[in-house]
Design a protein around this ligand. Structure first.
Ligand code: FES
Ligand SMILES: [Fe+2]
Length: 323
């Protein structure tokens, strides 16, 4: 049972809108809980994957007359989760009691993703200001499954120290590992602002050439962050959001924005390679869960981004996937 109120009240991506086609039923897992997704007309619906009658999985059922039918005894539930038909007693009015209703959850579609909140969301889904900017080409990637704490996976995204080693041969180069630790990290009401992190990256077009960039990160939510590369001619924006499947399992979804087009296959092959390089490192970390006690691990001066992330999580009361 989830007791992490912060993550429960937050929004999490559970599927792409594309995957949730009319007539289709998806089973997903969020914060240790099985959910069923389907479309009632245009409206996406997220429910607990448990029939209130005898607890069978609704994801094994089917959609009929704008209702989801449980495969065990055939009870049908409308888009609001209310029982509308009991085949064993077709002449009696369906039960009205809340016990006979499916547990429903908040759901939204934004940026081509389906977002669910299991609690009472206090904020909207995280902002992605470039979404409607026609100057960018957008590339979606995901989900990538990691057998790792979702928080370890998010921390890896804002940890620039790992790039020369884990990503040697793709974006990084171990000869260029020095990090200037004069970048700025500030906690603001909308999240953590990390500005002016200097990095070296391999030039994708010229073999052996290494380019220098400055990056700005925003940690918008415990499991959503973005990166902006300051380069007038080659801007790059990455929006990175993680589904907390379980305390030690997660899915990563990302949007990449570029000012030029690249063949879809090339983008997918390269990003897939980078993501699997991260998998090896993140899945090897022990403890599996992210330690929020700062004494538990050793920190370098350039680890300020991740140290502040851990403090920020602790202050908010995040516990799922931590130790
Ligand atoms: S368990 Fe679903 S109808 Fe009985
Ligand atoms: Fe990485």
């Amino acid at each position: 049972m989830v007791t992490d109120v912060v993550l429960q009240n937050d929004w999490h991506v559970v599927a792409t809108s594309q995957d949730l086609q009319p007539g289709k039923i998806l089973k997903v897992r969020l914060l240790g809980q099985d959910l069923v997704l389907w479309r009632n007309g245009d409206q996406a619906v997220a429910w607990e994957d448990r029939c209130p009658h005898r607890g069978a999985s609704l994801a094994q059922g089917w959609i009929e007359n704008d209702a989801l039918v449980c495969p065990y005894h055939g009870l049908a539930f409308n888009g609001g989760g209310k029982c509308v038909h009991v085949p064993a007693h077709p002449d009696q009015p369906p039960p009205e009691r809340s016990k006979a209703c499916v547990q429903t959850y908040h759901i939204k579609e934004r940026y081509g993703f389906v977002w669910v909140s299991l609690g009472t969301p206090e904020k909207d889904v995280p902002p992605l200001p470039e979404w409607d900017n026609p100057n960018y080409h957008k590339f979606v990637f995901g989900p990538t499954f990691y057998r790792a704490s979702p928080l370890r996976a998010l921390e890896n995204f804002i940890d620039v120290n790992h790039v020369p080693f884990v990503h040697g041969g793709t974006i990084g180069n171990p000869e260029y590992a020095r990090i200037n630790d004069d970048f700025k990290v500030e906690v603001k009401p909308d999240g953590i602002h990390i500005n002016n992190v200097h990095v070296w990256e391999n030039d994708p077009k010229i073999q052996g050439k290494v380019n220098s960039y400055n990056l700005d990160f925003r940690v918008l939510r415990p499991l959503t962050a973005s990166l902006r590369r300051r380069a007038v001619d080659e801007p790059l924006i990455i929006f990175y959001t993680i589904t907390p499947v379980d305390e030690e399992e997660c899915l990563v979804w990302r949007w990449t924005f570029l000012n030029h087009n690249v063949p879809e296959k090339q983008f997918h092959n390269f990003t897939g390679m980078v993501m699997s390089q991260d998998a090896e490192a993140i899945e090897s970390q022990r403890p599996k869960r992210l330690p929020l006690d700062l004494q538990a691990e050793y920190h370098l001066p350039s680890d300020r981004t991740t140290v502040i992330y851990r403090k920020w999580l602790k202050n908010q009361g995040v516990t799922f996937g931590t130790v």
